[in-house]
Design a protein around this ligand. Structure first.
Ligand SMILES: C[S@@+](CC[C@H](N)C(=O)[O-])C[C@H]1O[C@@H](n2cnc3c(N)ncnc32)[C@H](O)[C@@H]1O
Length: 394
């Protein structure tokens, strides 16, 4: 593909993203599945452009006075000092030539950018994000715009963090221990594609998991032999962590509303050597020593990995999620044994989905008491934004 054809491809992927709720990486895969002629360099260049636009969505929209995909791609070119007219030529496979409106927008000098533009977030979220971060708002948002590192969790059922780091080094991957999770390693200069093709991954020696999510599993303080409920287990990332912490002894019910998500767990469990996890969409029976509710949330903590989420979130969706979280918290609590623990987690940074949920729950459920909350943020902890509250049942 020519450089201009790659731009046209990026415009088309961005337009497709406006019509779907799928993640950007899936939209890119779908786009190229239908265009087998594109080589790996083309794919990488188009993906790079799409992610650049998604990471700078608000400043590029502000610069061009429009969020049309063509204009956003133009702004991305301007930001790197390229001449858009040399690429928007209307030639074969190239984007149409620049029109008068675009030329005017390119020539205009933008005024001072408001805070939400500086921080690359939707204007309506400013009060919520300010409540979350105060003075650090722009520093946090800048960290949220950076690329995430690759964090992995050593599967202690098969190896140790030290042995894994040594084995990875032999395969050419340099990994550093993460500061907070005792089984975490952080890799620079690797790609998920290369790592997931490695023998170590295929043999279950590690899982991909952000350090903050690893810490969440540690905070559950599970013990071998316990009965544990992972109430919103999804694909089972936390289930596998919990099983390793339980030394694969006891029982974990991996519950979720979605059978399709739960279906991802058995092959992962097999690879990891986990035999104590059972998946179920039915109402769990009996009581549990530990119940983890890794709740459905806005994903505002994961904007480094999924920058498209910030554009898609709406006030209505946030309100729906908050209502669902409150409902699930009460349901999950009903499965906790006296003396047991309820652990509530989200990958959100918004107080409405975190501390405010816990405060409301505790006011109505005096049998539970909270321990100090765990708050991770990209700027403070170089992880995804993540929240965990451990509530002890009397
Ligand atoms: C944050 S994700 C879970 C991620 C998972 N714990 C992990 O570590 O891989 C939230 C999950 O909540 C599930 N969910 C949504 N509504 C639910 C409900 N009413 N009951 C149970 N699970 C629900 C979603 O299907 C989704 O898998």
């Amino acid at each position: 593909m020519t450089p201009a054809a790659r731009l046209q491809a990026a415009i088309e992927v961005l337009a497709a993203l406006e019509q779907t709720a799928e993640p950007a990486d899936k939209a890119l895969r779908d786009f190229f599945r239908a265009r087998r002629y594109a080589g790996s360099k083309d794919r990488a260049a188009v993906a790079e452009r799409v992610y650049d636009v998604l990471r700078h969505y608000y400043s590029y929209s502000f610069r061009m006075q429009s969020s049309w995909p063509r204009r956003l791609v133009l702004a991305s070119l301007l930001a790197e000092g390229a001449d858009p007219a040399a690429l928007f030529t209307g030639g074969q496979y190239a984007p149409e030539a620049l029109d008068a409106g675009e030329l005017a927008a390119i020539g205009a000098t933008p005024g001072d950018a408001p805070k939400h533009v500086q921080g690359e977030f939707p204007a309506w979220l400013e009060p919520e994000l300010t409540a979350a971060f105060g003075e650090s708002l722009l520093a946090e948002m800048s960290a949220m715009g950076a690329r995430a590192s690759i964090d992995i969790r050593a599967n202690t059922l098969k190896t140790s963090r030290e042995n894994l780091a040594a084995a990875l080094a032999e395969e050419g991957f340099e990994a550093q221990p993460t500061p907070r999770s005792p089984s975490g390693l952080r890799l620079s200069g690797a790609t998920t594609a290369k790592l997931s093709a490695s023998k170590l991954f295929l043999e279950g020696h590690f899982e991909f998991q952000d350090e903050a999510a690893q810490v969440c599993a540690e905070l559950c303080a599970v013990k071998p032999g316990q009965r544990v409920l992972d109430y919103a287990a999804g694909g089972g990332g936390k289930t596998l962590s919990l099983a390793a912490l339980m030394q694969n002894k006891g029982e974990i019910i991996a519950h979720d509303i979605s059978a399709a998500r739960l279906a991802m767990l058995p092959p992962r469990a097999e690879r990891a050597g986990v035999t104590i996890a059972k998946t179920s969409t039915n109402k769990p029976s009996g009581l549990f020593d530990v119940v983890l509710l890794d709740a459905p949330c806005s994903g505002t903590g994961t904007w480094r990995r999924q920058p498209e989420l910030r554009v898609r979130l709406t006030l209505e969706r946030l309100a729906e999620l908050a209502a669902l979280q409150a409902e699930l918290l009460v349901k999950a609590a009903s499965f906790v044994k006296p003396g047991g623990k309820l652990v509530y987690a989200t990958c959100s940074v918004l107080p409405r989905e975190n501390e405010e949920q816990i405060a409301r729950f505790l006011a109505a459920h005096p049998a539970f008491t909270a321990t100090p909350f765990f708050h991770a943020t990209p700027h403070r902890s170089q992880t995804d934004g993540f929240f965990t509250a451990v509530l002890n049942h009397a």
